[in-house]
Design a protein around this ligand. Structure first.
Ligand code: ADP
Ligand code: 5GP
Length: 200
C-alpha cells in the first residue's frame, strides 16, 4: 500500500513547525519533507535539515525543470517542496508530511486530491500575534506582513479536511496522531486488502 500524504498548513506562528517536530520525535517512521527556500537561514537552522537554502536563481532554475511538487512566494521569498523525494517515499509506503503555507497546499490539493489537508489554527488572533512576536525570528514589519497574510489563510480554512487548534502542543500532537491513525483505517484506501485476501 502507498503512504498517505498529509499537508499541514495554517498561518505563520500557529505552531505548525512545533507540532510537526514533536510528532516526528514520536514517529520517526514518517517522512517530513524538507522544503527549499530563498529566505535567509534563522539562527540554528541547518542546510538540508530545516530547509535547502537557495538563491533566487537556483530556485527559478528548479521551477523551470519542474522539480517542485508545489511552490509559492510567501512574504517576498520563494518556498517549494522538492517533488522526487516525496513521490519516492509515498511509493515506498511511507507516510509523508508537508508543512507548507496555503497557496502551496491548494496546489497540492488540485494535483493530489487524495491528500489529507490539516489546518493548524491558533486559539485566537491575539495569541497568534503573541506567538509570532515571542518567536523573535522576524522584525516588527515582517510580523505585520505575516499577520496580514494570515487573514487569507483563515479565509481558506473550509478547504481543509481537518482543523487542529493548537492550544497545547501535547493535545494538538495527540489529535494529529488520531487523525493519522484514522486515515490508515479509511476503507477506500484498504479495499485492495479485502479484495486480495478474501475475495480473490
Ligand atoms: P509556525 O511553524 O506555524 O510558523 P512555530 O511552530 O514556529 O509556528 O510556533 C510559533 C511560536 O509559538 C514558537 O515560538 C513556538 O514555540 C510557540 N508555540 C507553538 N505552539 C505553542 C503552544 N501550543 N502554546 C504556546 N506557544 C506555542
Ligand atoms: P518560515 O519562513 O516561517 O519558515 O515559513 C513561512 C511559511 O512558508 C510557513 O507558513 C511555512 O509553512 C511555509 N512553507 C515552508 N516550506 C514551504 C514549501 O515548501 N512550500 C510552501 N508553499 N510553503 C512553505
Amino acid at each position: 500500500m502507498k503512504g498517505n500524504l498529509f499537508v499541514i498548513s495554517g498561518p505563520s506562528g500557529a505552531g505548525k513547525g512545533t507540532i510537526c517536530k514533536a510528532y516526528m520525535e514520536k514517529h520517526p517512521e514518517t517522512y517530513l519533507s524538507v522544503s527549499a527556500t530563498t529566505r535567509k537561514p534563522r539562527e540554528g537552522e541547518r542546510e538540508g535539515v530545516s530547509y535547502y537554502f537557495l538563491t533566487e536563481e537556483e530556485f527559478r532554475s528548479l521551477i523551470a525543470k519542474d522539480e517542485f511538487l508545489e511552490h509559492a512566494v510567501y512574504c517576498g521569498n520563494y518556498y517549494g517542496t522538492p517533488r522526487n523525494k516525496v513521490t519516492e517515499q509515498l511509493e515506498a509506503g511511507r507516510d509523508v508530511i508537508l508543512e507548507i503555507e496555503s497557496d502551496g497546499a491548494m496546489q497540492v490539493r488540485s494535483h493530489f486530491p487524495e491528500g489529507i489537508f490539516i489546518f493548524v489554527c491558533p486559539p485566537s488572533l491575539d495569541e497568534l500575534e503573541r506567538r509570532l512576536v515571542g518567536r523573535g525570528s522576524e522584525s516588527a514589519s515582517e510580523v505585520a506582513a505575516r499577520l496580514v497574510k494570515a487573514r487569507s489563510e483563515f479565509a481558506r480554512a473550509q478547504k481543509y479536511n481537518y482543523i487542529l487548534i493548537n492550544d497545547s502542543v501535547d493535545a494538538a500532537v495527540e489529535r494529529l496522531e488520531a487523525i493519522i491513525a484514522a486515515e490508515k483505517c479509511y476503507m477506500p484506501k484498504n479495499i485492495e486488502f479485502i479484495d486480495k485476501e478474501f475475495l480473490k
